[in-house]
Design a protein around this ligand. Structure first.
Ligand code: ZN
Length: 435
């Protein structure tokens, strides 16, 4: 590569496009140099800094985005203008390039009439800078202008109740396949428990009803099935919405990092950053007064990674949500006091939504993985905690409707045999409970 200082360094592994670019720039009176070796770029611009670098996004060796990041994060060369050139014109790719400091993003094939002038304009300090809007707005969910009216009572609704598993059946299911998300709507505000894929239909419903415009999303933990829908939560894309997000203080993955990833990184399929006002709260095992007249208590759950169980108390009612929690049952020893802690936490609950992922038989193969079987859940809820109603939750994604019907029938049989007073339901999408 020549070492005299050019105005423009063109980096392109395609010799035809590279040569065309070079010729257009030279014809426009610019001193331009071409290289197809992306590995040399940094050392070249350190020795002979050009005014502008044109980077092809997809190149063997060091790709254009990596080079852009290296240039814009090195104080010695970060003032050099960078134009990205790419055949990949997805809005997220552009957004990523602008976020890393690109001065312009041009799609291939570019317009040979205007190309050189666009480059000159960037060198002179003009040209569009900053994050552009997506060329076309993505399809937006239905929204009505109706005024939201909060309910008089407490309304619980299941939007997703499955876990993830290595095989997902393709036949339809009466229970649904969305992952963990439960809404608890109170006269004082709405709580959304976990942000699995079920949060997406919930978001559409909130937009349709015109609110509530202030929402509390509480996340028990950051396993994929519980955060899957957050980056595409429809209300996050609406100005005028205020979303408080509370999540477990996991030392491995902090809430701030997770939010960055889901709303601004590759996890989000939105082409623009969220328009809603979002604030974050790290939660630990404690009591919280989040909104007037509602008390939140949390308990660390027996599940891999830092995981919480939530208890909401309002209007004399108690709702407990433990989507991922392993009750030891008969296996419990004096040294594992989780069953006892959980029973105290759930004491007298009106509703306990608890993990019952595996049948007893499958649970034998999955002990110490952080999930429970219905028998252990029912025993703890009915005998030790005097819970009024249990909702078996977080079904294995590979279980058929027949298997889930069988689990409910068997649970009912056990309740009858033991003469327990507890009510039992299987969680399913659309299940609504009013307290
Ligand atoms: Zn889960």
């Amino acid at each position: 590569m020549p070492q005299d200082t050019p105005d423009v360094l063109v980096v392109d592994d395609d010799p035809i496009v590279g040569q065309l670019t070079l010729n257009l720039l030279k014809e426009a009176g610019l001193k331009a140099t071409l290289t197809s070796d992306s590995e040399e770029v940094i050392s070249f611009i350190q020795k002979a800094p050009p005014k502008l670098v044109i980077l092809d996004v997809m190149m063997p060796g060091v790709d254009g985005i990596t080079l852009l990041n290296q240039i814009k994060s090195d104080p010695a060369v970060q003032n050099i203008k960078v134009v990205m050139l790419s055949g990949k014109s997805f809005a997220v790719e552009k957004q990523r390039a602008y976020k890393l400091g690109a001065d312009l993003f041009i799609e291939k094939p570019y317009d040979i009439q205007t190309f050189a002038n666009q480059i000159i304009s960037v060198i002179k300090g003009g040209g569009p800078k900053g994050m552009p809007l997506a060329p076309k707005a993505p399809p937006q969910p239905q929204e009505t202008k109706s005024e939201y009216i909060p309910p008089q009572n407490v309304r619980i609704r299941i939007w997703g109740c499955r876990g993830l598993s290595p095989s997902i059946p393709s036949q339809p299911s009466r229970y649904g396949y969305q992952t963990s998300c439960v809404s608890v709507e109170t006269p004082h505000g709405m709580f959304i428990l976990d942000a699995g894929s079920g949060i997406i239909p919930l978001g559409h419903e909130i937009l349709k009803r015109g609110g509530p415009k202030e929402l509390w999303i509480l996340m028990t933990h950051f396993h994929l099935d519980h955060v899957l829908g957050l980056g595409v939560f429809p209300c996050a894309q609406r100005a005028g919405y205020k979303i408080h997000i509370g999540g477990a203080n996991d030392p491995e993955k902090n809430l701030q990092g997770l939010i960055q990833e889901v709303f601004y990184g590759s996890f989000s399929s939105f082409s623009q950053p969220p328009k809603a006002e979002i604030d974050l709260y790290e939660l630990q095992e404690d009591f919280y007064d989040l909104i007037p007249n509602v008390k939140l208590s949390t308990l660390y759950s027996n599940h891999p990674t830092t995981t919480l169980c939530f208890k909401l108390e309002m209007k004399g009612k108690k709702i407990v949500y433990c989507p991922d929690s392993e009750i030891y049952g008969e296996e419990a020893t004096a040294l594992q006091d989780y069953d006892e802690k959980l029973a105290n936490f759930c004491e007298g609950a009106d509703i306990l939504i608890h993990n019952a992922q595996f049948t007893e038989e499958d649970y034998e193969k999955h002990k110490k993985e952080g999930h429970s079987c219905p028998t252990n859940v029912l025993e703890l809820a009915a005998e030790r905690a005097q819970v009024k109603e249990v909702v078996l939750f977080h079904h294995d994604a590979s279980y058929s409707d027949e298997a889930l019907d069988w689990i409910l029938a068997n649970s009912q049989k056990l309740i009858n045999q033991k003469k327990w007073k507890i009510q039992c339901q299987m969680a399913k999408e659309g299940l609504a409970i009013e307290l």
